[in-house]
Ligand binder design. Structure first.
Ligand code: AMP
Length: 293
């Protein structure tokens, strides 16, 4: 496994793999502090692709001024050891100045889809995400890009980006990986105290309650949202940011969950830590979505 810090080196390695060795490339972008959620993406990439490239980059452009960019956990030696164990071929771990050199002034925005949910709660977050992903896709030029359903809106936004700007990779979305307790894995879980970690279980519990109600015939979105809200409000350490039901592919608002799969998503503070989680109601989505579908 080679760790690469420079754009130029990453570009020339990727070009050689594609052109001279005719090998296909799977790319897994991450912000590091790796956990089993990330590793599940790497596992899928390993199964589908000849070469696996993982990026570790805490992207300042996607954090708001009052958010946790400085505090975000970073542990390159531990991450690199894990990635070597998972037979990753290349780790791309650039410094901030390598990604955003002095004078950097081009940003990519996906309109519409980014106005709601995480986009409404975190202005300019997705502008940072789509910009860094566009740069990374241009550097690595992967055949497949792997993203987690944990960040469901992000996955939808990235698919739109790839379609609109004609990136040639296919986007694979892998299911949410949870701890045995049901808590969705997240690098931010490391901020939680013991009590908060127990309190955070209410998020998944609330989603499962709504899913059970849906399966029992409750298809009214407002009532399903109310059920989630009431469950979370019972937990004193939790404070809801939003709970929403949207079309799982277009993110359009949904009044009644019918034929099309619906995304039930939420964000909540547990103490000072903001966590997100989601579940899909209805038929599950296709796993691999062609960029040009
Ligand atoms: P991050 O390092 O948080 O930016 O995440 C990098 C990638 O891993 C994103 O595509 C996330 O959606 C995905 N990811 C993070 N947590 C999970 C999880 N619990 N299950 C599945 N994928 C995840």
């Amino acid at each position: 496994m080679e760790i690469i810090n420079r754009r130029k080196r990453m570009m020339s390695v990727a070009r050689r793999l594609r052109r001279e060795e005719n090998r296909n490339i799977g790319f897994v972008p991450t912000m590091g502090a790796l956990h089993d959620g990330h590793l599940s993406l790497i596992h899928e990439a390993r199964a589908l692709c000849d070469v696996v490239v993982v990026s570790l980059f805490v992207n300042p452009a996607q954090f708001g001024p009052k958010e946790d960019f400085k505090a975000y956990p970073r542990d390159l030696p531990r991450d690199a050891a894990l990635l070597a164990e998972y037979n990753v071929d290349y780790v791309f771990a650039p410094a901030v100045e390598e990604m955003y050199p002095p004078g950097f002034s081009t940003y990519v925005t996906v309109e519409g889809l980014t106005d709601k949910l995480e986009g409404a709660a975190r202005p300019r977050h997705f502008r940072g995400v789509t910009t860094v992903v566009a740069i990374l896709l241009n550097i690595v030029r992967p055949d497949f890009g792997f993203f987690g359903q944990k960040d469901a809106q992000q996955a939808i936004v990235i698919k739109q980006l790839v379609r609109d700007l004609a990136f040639t990779c296919e986007i694979v979305v892998a299911p949410v990986v949870r701890e045995e307790s049901g808590l969705a894995m997240s690098s931010r879980n490391s901020y939680l105290t013991g009590d908060e970690r127990r309190a955070a279980l209410v998020l998944n519990r609330a989603l499962l309650k709504a899913s059970a109600a849906y399966q029992d015939g409750e298809h009214n979105a407002t009532r399903l949202i109310d059920l989630v809200t009431a469950t979370i409000e019972n937990e004193p350490l939790a404070r809801i940011d939003y709970v929403s039901i949207n079309d799982a592919e277009t993110l359009e608002n949904v009044d009644k969950v019918d034929e099309r799969p619906a995304l039930l998503s939420l964000a909540a503070f547990i103490g000072k830590t903001r966590l997100i989680d989601n579940i899909v109601l209805g038929k599950t989505k296709k796993n691999v979505i062609s960029a040009n579908a």
